[in-house]
Design a protein around this ligand. Structure first.
Ligand SMILES: Cc1cc2nc3c(=O)[nH]c(=O)nc-3n(C[C@H](O)[C@H](O)[C@H](O)COP(=O)(O)OP(=O)(O)OC[C@H]3O[C@@H](n4cnc5c(N)ncnc54)[C@H](O)[C@@H]3O)c2cc1C
Length: 281
C-alpha cells in the first residue's frame, strides 16, 4: 500500500528538527532509519502530515569515548554499533546484540536510537541497554535531559521521549573486559525473538547483568538471577540453578509464537545458556 501523502522535512541540526517538531506537533513524525516507521506508514497505521528526517544531522551519528562511558549517537546504524572497536572493547554485549538484529540490509539502515525510541518489547537492543545501565539523552524545547534506562521504557512502544522531544544519544557505562552473550530464540531466521536473553559478566563470576527481551511490555532485568550469580563460581550446575530464577517478576505475552508459561520456561533455559557463554564456560 502507498502511504498517505505527507510533507517531508530534512533538517540539518537538532535545533532545526526541534523547531519543526514544535511547529507541527501531533501532525509530525520523526524518521530515523525508517525500518519500523515506513512499514507503519505503508500499512496506514499512522498518517502524519509531516515527516521530519533526522538523516541529514551528522552530529547524531557516531560513537565516542567519554571517560567512564561510551556515547552512541541516536542515528548510528546497527551495523556500525556491531562493528565498532570501542563498543567491542567496552560494551561487548551491545555488539553481540546488534549482530542479531534482523538482516544485513536492515542493520545498514536501522538506527540504534530509532530502535530504542520505537520500544518494541521484542526489539533486540532494549534488554542489553537496560542490562548495561544505559542513559538516554533527550533534547526538547527546554534543553537537554538525561533519563536512566530503568525510567526510559514506559510501556509497549512507549518511552520517556515526549512528543516535542528527540533522542540524541545514548551513554553506555563502560564494562571493559566483561564477557557477554546475547541468546536469541527465533522460529524464523532474521526475525524478532520469541524470547531473548542479554547477559554480561565480570570475572567468573564477580558480577552479572541479565536483560530479558519480550518477557513483558518493556525490557526487564532478571534481578533474582543477577543476585544469585554474584560471587558464584561459573560452574554449569551453579549457573543453571541461578537461571531458574530468571522468570521471576516477568509478565510475558501469550500469542501464536508461544504461551506465557512457555516463554517463562524459555527465559530460564536461555538465561543459563547466555550466562555460561558470557562466562566462557
Ligand atoms: C523485516 C524486519 C525485521 C526486523 N527484525 C528485527 C529484529 O530481529 N530485531 C530488532 O530489534 N529489530 C528488528 N527490526 C526493526 C529494526 O531494528 C528497526 O531498525 C528499528 O526498530 C527502528 O529503527 P529505525 O532507525 O529504522 O527507526 P524508524 O523506523 O525511522 O523509527 C521508529 C520509531 O522511532 C521514532 N524515532 C526514531 N528515531 C528517533 C529519535 N532519535 N528520537 C525520537 N523518536 C525517534 C520514529 O518517529 C518512529 O516512531 C526489523 C525490521 C524489519 C523491517
Amino acid at each position: 500500500m502507498i502511504p498517505v501523502q505527507f510533507d517531508y522535512l530534512a533538517p540539518t541540526s537538532v535545533e532545526e528538527a526541534l523547531a519543526a517538531l514544535g511547529q507541527h506537533g501531533d501532525d509530525a513524525k520523526i524518521l530515523a532509519g525508517g525500518q519500523s516507521l515506513l512499514p507503519v506508514l505503508r500499512m496506514r497505521l499512522n498518517a502524519p502530515e509531516v515527516v521530519i528526517d533526522l538523516g541529514g544531522i551528522s552530529s547524531l551519528r557516531g560513537i565516542r569515548d567519554d571517560g567512564d562511558a561510551l556515547v552512541i549517537g541516536a542515528m548510528t546504524t546497527h551495523h556500525d554499533v556491531r562493528d565498532d572497536s570501542l563498543v567491542k572493547e567496552h560494551a561487548l554485549l551491545l555488539s553481540k546484540a546488534a549482530a542479531e538484529v534482523a538482516d544485513a540490509q536492515i542493520r545498514h539502515r536501522g538506527t540504534f536510537g530509532g530502535a530504542l525510541a520505537h520500544a518494541d518489547p521484542a526489539g533486540d537492543l532494549g534488554a542489553p541497554a537496560l542490562a548495561l545501565g544505559a542513559q538516554f539523552v533527550i533534547a526538547g524545547p527546554g534543553g537537554t535531559r538525561t533519563v536512566d534506562a530503568a525510567d526510559f521504557f514506559v510501556d509497549l512502544f512507549e518511552t520517556a521521549i515526549g512528543d516535542d522531544e528527540i533522542l540524541t544519544e545514548v551513554r553506555i557505562p563502560k564494562h571493559t573486559g566483561w564477557g557477554a552473550h546475547y541468546e536469541k530464540f527465533v522460529r524464523v531466521a532474521h526475525q524478532w525473538p520469541i524470547v531473548a536473553v542479554a547477559a554480561t559478566v565480570k570475572g567468573s563470576i564477580d558480577e552479572a547483568r541479565v536483560g530479558l527481551t519480550n518477557m513483558g511490555s518493556t525490557p526487564l532485568r532478571a534481578t533474582a538471577t543477577e543476585r544469585a550469580l554474584a560471587g558464584a563460581s561459573a560452574t554449569e550446575d551453579g549457573v543453571r540453578e541461578a537461571s531458574q530464577l530468571a522468570a521471576e517478576g516477568t509478565n510475558p505475552p501469550s500469542d501464536l509464537n508461544g504461551a506465557a508459561d512457555y516463554r517463562q520456561h524459555l527465559a530460564r533455559v536461555l538465561t543459563g545458556r547466555a550466562v555460561l557463554k558470557a562466562a566462557g564456560v
